[in-house]
Write a protein that binds this ligand. Sequence first.
Ligand code: HMG
Ligand code: MG
Length: 299
Amino acid sequence: MHSATDRQVKIVDVGPRDGLQNEARHVPLAAKVVLVDQLAAAGVRFIEAASFVSPRWVPQMADSAEVMQRIARAPGVCYSALTPNLQGLEAALAARCDEVAVFGAASESFSQRNINCSIDESLERFAPVLRRALEAGVPVRGYVSCVLGCPYEGPVAPAAVLRVARRLLDMGCHEISLGDTIGRGTPASTRALLEACLREIPARQLAGHFHDTYGTAIANACAALDMGLRIFDSSVAGLGGCPYAAGASGNVASEDLVHTLHAMGYETGIDLGRLLDAGRGILQALGRAPTSRLGCVPR
Ligand code: HMG
Ligand code: MG
């Protein structure tokens, strides 16, 4: 028999950041703000709304401060942002983000391509970011990218993931999001990764961040659920990919993940109908047809 808390799943919708950062055409500020507000209205309590990275690297996120300023700030909702360095952190603090995230990688080549430094250099750079954020009372999430494969190096060893995850936790991250950036994961490789991670890190500090490039994201999330994970990142309407991982299609669609979880008796606190509305709204703004399974089912 499962306890009530065991049935509760935390969903972090990363669509406004991980999704929109990958859009080649400029997305109007108003559409970003509406998306974040609609997600909050749908009951999403954790929304990655912005990214304070270099606008030369990711121009789409250049208006992150304005997004944070214009959103409605629903009570009880955590609005977070990516912060690769102190410059980004100061901007995120000025924009009153509730949480920030540093992002490392389990593969050297991806680290170089994504944040222009080695894994160890990135960890050194994150240390002062964590110190300053925690001083300011802002919790920090840590991402590890390429946990189930790298676009440049191929397979990634669980030990490489664990090393970076451990260092991020030791620095003070409260949660580690394990990113299958290129969607290479399968339920079997997900289990192998989590077996290694769970030997040293409790499940409550790990999040599954699956991409659906090869259609395995829901299966991977179910494997992770079976192993005790209760935190998942997903992207409304399956928006996204990664600008530094060619061919990476979007994160698992929030609609599909939430539907699956609810159908299995898990609770997310999210109103699926309103989540679908949020997805339709942003797809309309982007001029795009639905990509989530649920978005294709006639109403
Ligand atoms: P760099 O060029 O090595 O940095 O980039 P720098 O310190 O030499 O600075 C260069 C210029 O950038 C300077 O401007 C800085 O002011 C500016 P200039 O003097 O030349 O005019 N700059 C900034 N501007 C605004 N905000 C900042 C900032 N920092 C420097 N925070 C850097 C290093 C990390 C900044 C760069 O590589 C970068 O911004 N990378 C971000 C890449 C990115 O956002 N990738 C996508 C997110 S990761 C992801 O999607 C994966 C994940 O979702 C997990 C998964 O899906 O699996 C997390
Ligand atoms: Mg992602």
